[in-house]
Design a protein around this ligand. Structure first.
Ligand SMILES: Cc1cc2nc3c(=O)[nH]c(=O)nc-3n(C[C@H](O)[C@H](O)[C@H](O)COP(=O)(O)OP(=O)(O)OC[C@H]3O[C@@H](n4cnc5c(N)ncnc54)[C@H](O)[C@@H]3O)c2cc1C
Length: 461
């Protein structure tokens, strides 16, 4: 065994290091697929162990790639054979729940779902939720500044983190475990690590902000034909529900019909003849009052013919069935393959025009065989696109990227709304960031990781 790994094993113990053939048997994604390529996988149990490991890696110029639940979607945890993967999988303890302060201290490897369940036991909730909740770790969610389904109300992961602890490239532990809502004592250092995808430090613990548990949930799926009406409906539900709007998810007809056609487990809640379907959800503190207000807004929108058809969930089962259509990424992927998926943001008012641009670019390149499917967190200015070119068994990712990203610039859009940059979008970062912004990012990276050992090649290259 290489001397570096002998020394690392002395720190983390036998259970803390995987080396040799066993490395390749470890997956590269959350579905448990792929063969990992790396010199070793290190699995520290404490911040102190990770700090010592990083001191050794720093001295040896050893590149490291941090990893949580491997559910990231932009190749942020990809490794090459000379890398070491640092997995936080053994740091998954919920250390403290402070009910009075509405905070929770957790280790970075803790899966999101455990945090949500623990918050519920204390009659509170954790505001980030997404389809990969069983795998995605708190450290990964912080590193990617994940969004999810309730951003419209609570903001992204950044808004849920009060403090954190991280290990820097040279092993220094930076503890910034603030637990207060207000703390303006100098620079807010935690922000350096939120959304920096493991390129500036490895997050080991965090102080999370909890929210009151919701007593009421009202959910409806509505159908609309004019895009213009979507923005009117959003405005109406936002303002008239007194700030209780939790989700505003839009599915284009092509997404809705593809999912219902591709997975017979879904029962069509509405006919698939409309142009857009919106899943609207509001959560509040009083079932009766909230339901009455929700129905009143819905009825007004129906009477004004903004909404053409609607189905209200009258049980948790019905609610889950509606969300299952929105969240059925597996059917999307399996039906579209080979396809490329995208996560972009742009002002809502420009979305229809932008989708027309992409459609026309696709038509020019691949003709009628190409397929576009659109859905997303529209209330957060965020849409996802899936594109199949119709060229049998083949997909030129670069060509598809050109079709999607090139028209974005005209709308001041972003090539990444919530998934991050990783390796996948690195070459397109300059489409959404100016030269001066990129220069400052590079200066920060050089200052914090002069040897470029932390997730090298990701985000900035
Ligand atoms: C079905 C599905 C649905 C999804 N839905 C959404 C969604 O709605 N919204 C959304 O934003 N994302 C979504 N995602 C993407 C993904 O869940 C998030 O990016 C999540 O934050 C990744 O967490 P992870 O623990 O799996 O991170 P990983 O995939 O392990 O890592 C992601 C990145 O973070 C870095 N990293 C991981 N842990 C640490 C750490 N402790 N310190 C420093 N860096 C670290 C890695 O190096 C990598 O760059 C979805 C993914 C799937 C598969």
């Amino acid at each position: 065994m290489q001397l570096l790994f002998v020394k690392i094993e002395e720190i983390v113990g036998k259970a803390g290091i995987i080396i040799g053939d066993e490395v390749s048997s470890r997956p590269t994604n959350w579905l448990g697929l792929g063969n990992r390529e790396a010199k070793a996988i290190i699995r520290p149990k404490t911040t102190q162990e990770l700090s010592q490991v990083m001191q050794l890696c720093h001295a040896a110029d050893q590149s490291v790639v941090p990893a949580g639940g491997l559910s990231g979607l932009v190749q942020g945890t990809d490794t090459v054979k000379d890398d070491v993967l640092i997995s936080l999988e053994r740091m998954r303890e919920i250390e403290v729940v402070d009910e009075a302060g509405a905070t929770m201290i957790v280790q970075a490897g803790t899966p999101l779902q455990l945090v949500q369940e623990r918050a519920e036991q204390s009659a509170m909730s954790f505001a980030v939720d997404l389809g990969a909740r069983g795998s995605a770790s708190i450290g990964g969610l912080i590193a990617t500044n994940a969004g999810g389904n309730s951003v419209i109300r609570y903001g992204m992961m950044r808004e849920q983190v009060l403090g954190l602890e991280a290990v820097l490239a040279d092993g220094t532990i930076i503890s910034s475990m603030n637990s207060m809502l207000k703390n303006n004592a100098g620079y807010d250092l935690k922000q350096l690590f939120i959304g920096s995808e493991g390129t500036l430090g490895i997050v080991t613990r965090a102080v999370l902000r909890l929210r009151p548990q919701m007593i009421s949930t009202n959910t409806v799926l509505v159908a609309v034909n004019d895009f213009e009406n979507i923005t009117k409906i959003l405005k109406m539900f936002s303002s008239e529900l007194g700030g209780t709007l939790n989700a505003f998810e839009v599915m284009w007809q092509n997404y809705y019909s593809l999912i219902l056609g591709g997975n017979k487990q879904h029962k069509a809640p509405l006919p698939d003849e409309y142009a857009y379907y919106i899943l609207i959800e509001a959560c509040g503190g009083d079932q009766q009052i909230d339901a009455a207000r929700f129905m009143q807004v819905l009825e007004t929108a129906l009477a004004d013919e903004l909404i053409l058809d609607a189905v209200v969930a009258s049980s948790e089962e019905q609610r889950n069935a509606l969300w299952a259509i929105r969240d059925d990424i597996i059917t999307l992927v399996m039906t579209m393959l080979p396809a490329a998926a995208f996560d972009v943001s742009l002002p809502i008012g420009c979305m229809e025009e932008y989708i027309d641009d992409v459609t026309s670019n696709m038509q020019d390149k691949w003709g009628d065989k190409a397929k576009l499917v659109v859905f997303g967190h529209l209330g957060d200015s965020n849409i996802h696109l899936a594109i199949g070119t119709g060229v049998e068994n083949e997909l030129d990712h670069g060509e598809v990227e050109q079709v999607v990203y090139q028209p974005l610039a005209a709308y001041n859009g972003s090539v990444s709304a919530e998934h991050g940059i990783g390796l996948e979008k690195r070459d397109w970062l300059s489409t959404s960031r100016s030269k001066t912004e990129l220069d400052l990012m590079r200066s920060l990276k050089t200052m914090m990781d002069p040897k470029n050992i932390l997730n090298p090649g990701k985000v900035l290259g």
